[in-house]
Design a protein around this ligand. Sequence first.
Ligand SMILES: [Zn+2]
Length: 90
Amino acid sequence: MTKYHCPYCSPRYQIHIERADGVMVCGQCGDRLIKVPFIKPTQIFALVTASAFITPLIVMIFIFVQDQNKIHPKRTLLPMALMQIPLSRS
Ligand SMILES: [Zn+2]
């Protein structure tokens, strides 16, 4: 579905009329209506720009959640001197 708009009239008060030959005209001024594309190139550019800023944040959150789910081995609190005592007695 393509949208039409009249560049000369206010967007609030636009009446679209289709003539007998199939051309869409404005009901107020009688000029031809301009087709408005469904997705504008500026919207695509804005989407690419926004994703460039948001993607690192999403990746960082994903890696953080993955790191939280891993089981980290407990570090021994004994100093190296206590661990070597049994070796010197024997
Ligand atoms: Zn118009």
